[in-house]
Design a protein around this ligand. Structure first.
Ligand SMILES: [Zn+2]
Length: 197
């Protein structure tokens, strides 16, 4: 098991940016190594483990560079529950802007068959490159982004709409359709809109 963990860790280190890697000792006596790549609208998180903390301690004697131990578990909820037993490595990807709203993960255990389990990952051929996209929705992220884009496009539309009505009223026209407003009539002869006064 030890050699499998070491080779998994080496694969993990080569796949992810090592300088953003940190070790986290979890409350249940296990440890994880986490590497994070974070850009606006994009999150890539590589997780080695969880493994028993004493295994992580032994592993640390092999490593050539210092990996800081940080408190807490920085994994988002969708990265904590694995699709396979005892995952040795997990690659999580999330996307969305301004809030992350889709997630996907790939769990790996080289001692099991199949070795990989994909959850919410869609593979798309982008100019000949097989690219992973997340497809599982995050409720709060989708809600937040809906409000954000609704406000972004809705408020200017509302302002323009109110401005057009104000201009029509000032010109003595129907605010609803812009047709000339005749004297002494309570509604628009063109569209039926009832005038306020
Ligand atoms: Zn009208």
């Amino acid at each position: 098991m030890g050699s499998a963990v070491v080779s998994t860790r080496q694969a993990f280190v080569t796949q992810h940016t090592t300088r953003q890697e940190s070790r986290h000792d979890l409350a249940d006596g296990t440890s994880v190594y986490i590497g994070t790549v974070r850009r606006p609208g994009y999150l890539l998180m590589g997780v080695a483990g969880p493994m028993p903390t004493h295994v992580a301690d032994a592993l640390d004697q092999y490593r050539s560079q210092e990996i800081p131990t940080k408190p807490g578990d920085p994994r988002p909820r969708w990265l904590r529950r694995s699709a396979i037993e005892d995952p040795q490595q997990t690659r999580g990807v999330a996307a969305g802007w301004p809030l992350l709203c889709l997630w996907g993960r790939t769990d790996t255990n080289v001692n099991r068959d199949p070795q990989e389990a994909h959850t919410g990952v869609v593979f798309v051929d982008l100019r000949g490159v097989r690219t992973r996209f997340p497809a599982m929705p995050m409720a709060w992220g989708l809600l937040g982004n809906t409000l954000f884009y609704g406000t972004l496009f809705g408020v200017p539309w509302l302002v323009l709409h109110m401005l057009r009505r104000a201009i029509r009223v000032r010109r003595g026209c129907c605010p609803s359709c812009g047709y000339d407003r005749p004297e002494g009539v309570g509604f628009c002869p063109e569209c039926g809109h009832a005038y306020a006064r």
